[in-house]
Design a protein around this ligand. Structure first.
Ligand code: MLC
Ligand code: AMP
Length: 473
């Protein structure tokens, strides 16, 4: 069963958002009500604000055995239109009172009422191979692809993480991650619920709020490197905060590389050594440093239970020699079912049952994996979000002031990478703010360019292809 807590709920805390708290028993009663409301459908959208309503919508959907499509509540119109057309949700679950954008407002709407509870039998547990989620993730070109995640991948991966992190019902996870991606939703909400433990979501990232929750019983922190970068600075400036962070059982970082300097700053200020894990939407978590293991900065540890990880050379041949760079391939019960409506992309991503991650790494002599880069220069990781250069270029080309454009990522201390737009203007130079608003409105605010450079022409090779390396990208 994916969420055993629904069948045998306790009166213990399950989820908390500010003053709004639900026990496992509350959750089980509400999930039955949501499950009844969505019964008979196969795919539903969830307007994934950081709220108890989102948790209830997701848990109710999973209880009913339907696939959930979590939607970024800041999503722009172009990206939303694509997701709705591609995933064809039969209805949308939301908190009451929310004004939905037109593409979702056109669907049947179910308002989640946390006070509405049902007793009685749960719906029959869905097949482990049934899709639990369609999570949208960017590629190098074109619009984002819908990743079909089966229930089996979630259950096995959360159990593997529990083993790696000694994660139990006694743990309370605190975080501020968005609830429309794997990190915040699957690890950060379903993880605690599957364990019978608790999650406290603090809304938006704030070091002091993390410190307060740790002082008040939370035990584990989840975050992306940008959050740990900010936490490091705040701990250096505030000894009480550093002491509170120092009391955590575990600080876990993922979704992008945590620079060695930030590891060192956090350890110096708090005495904590951050545990890094490595995952992907398509594979969930592949590797992690163990809670009881050697927390070596710059590494993502060993494969988690049940997951096979290998490096291959440019010809696709696996090798085990330490110190040699290869592409990471992954196999196991953690893998997705495929991309929705994209058999071509699914076939391209798999080689003899192994998922080709596009991430480059070396093995250390004891098998620890050290990630050193990414195969595609057209993928940007900013704030832990994966963003395709192509989708931003397409959006910017729709701006009347842009004749030609290339998008790159450049190093950024806070965000890891920041999005840079290299623009050949039609005439007058469109201002950064205007281009940022344009991309935010069409795609999402986190995809907006942070820097713009104006050029008379883009550097191209003999084939006419833009040579991004000549731009520094
Ligand atoms: C600014 N804003 C704008 C805007 N300019 N909105 C519209 N138009 C504009 N032109 C708004 C933003 O929406 C935001 O609002 C606020 O201004 C600040 O914007 P920001 O500077 O972009 O946000 P910031 O606070 O700096 O975000 C940093 C962050 C965020 C770390 C909090 O990047 C984040 O939450 N990252 C998590 C990504 C994640 O979960 N990745 C996991 C993927 S799964 P507001 O209201 O929001 O503040 C995966 C697999 C794995 O990778 O291994 O885990
Ligand atoms: P996403 O497609 O949003 O799920 O992002 C997955 C990508 O995030 C991976 O392919 C990696 O490039 C990156 N990633 C996740 N965790 C780590 C980590 N600990 N270190 C380096 N990169 C990471």
């Amino acid at each position: 069963m994916l969420l055993p807590t629904l069948a045998t709920p306790t009166g213990r805390a399950a989820v908390r958002f500010g003053a709004d708290a639900l026990t496992h028993a509350d959750l089980a009663g509400s999930a039955r009500a949501v499950a009844a409301a969505v019964s008979g459908t196969t795919r539903v959208a969830v307007w994934a604000t950081p709220s108890p309503h989102t948790c209830l919508a997701v848990v109710g959907g999973l209880a009913a055995g339907v696939a959930v499509v979590p939607i970024n509540p800041k999503i722009g119109e172009r990206e939303l239109a694509h997701i709705v057309a591609d995933s064809e949700p039969e209805l949308v679950l939301t908190a009451p009172g929310v004004e939905l954008p037109p593409a979702l407002a056109a669907l049947r709407r179910v308002d989640v009422d946390p006070a509405a509870r049902l007793d009685g039998d749960l719906p029959a547990e869905a097949d482990p191979e049934a899709p639990a989620f369609v999570v949208y993730t960017s590629g190098t070109t074109g619009p984002p692809k819908g990743v079909l995640l089966p229930r089996r991948a979630i259950a096995t991966n959360l159990d593997a993480l529990a083993a790696a992190w000694e994660w139990t019902a006694e743990d309370t996870v605190v975080h501020a991650l968005p609830l429309f991606h794997v990190h915040g939703l699957i690890l950060g909400v379903l993880g605690p619920l599957r364990r019978g433990g608790a999650v406290r979501h603090i809304g938006r990232f704030d070091s002091a709020a993390i410190g307060r929750e740790l002082a008040d019983g939370a035990t584990v922190v989840f975050g992306v490197p940008t959050m740990y970068h900010r936490l490091a600075a705040d701990c250096e400036a505030d000894a009480d905060l550093a002491a509170a962070i120092g009391r955590a059982r575990l600080l876990v970082s993922g979704s992008a590389a945590l620079p060695a300097t930030d590891h060192a700053r956090i350890t110096a200020a708090t005495g904590q050594r951050v545990v890094e894990r490595y995952g992907m939407t398509e594979t969930l978590m592949n590797c992690s440093v163990r809670a009881a293991g050697d927390r070596r900065p710059g590494t993502v540890g060993l494969p988690v239970d049940g997951v096979a990880v290998r490096l291959v050379d440019d010809a696709g041949a696996p090798f085990t020699e330490p110190g040699v760079v290869g592409e990471i391939e992954v196999r196991g019960p953690n893998l997705f079912l495929g991309y929705l409506n994209r058999p071509d992309a699914t076939a391209e991503a798999l080689r003899d049952g192994w998922f080709r991650t596009g991430d480059m790494a070396v093995l250390e002599p004891d098998g620890y994996l050290r990630i050193v880069g990414r195969r595609a220069t057209d993928l940007i990781k900013s704030g832990g979000y994966k963003i395709g250069a192509g989708e931003i270029e397409n959006a910017l080309l729709e701006h009347p002031g842009v004749a030609e454009v290339a998008v790159t990522g450049e190093p950024d201390e806070d965000l890891g990478e920041r999005i840079v737009a290299w623009v050949v203007p039609v005439d007058a130079r469109p201002a950064l703010e205007e281009l940022a608003d344009h991309v935010s409105r069409l795609l999402a605010p986190h995809k907006r360019p942070r820097v713009v450079h104006y050029l008379e022409s883009l550097p191209r090779n003999e084939m006419g292809k833009v040579t991004k390396r000549a731009l520094g990208g």
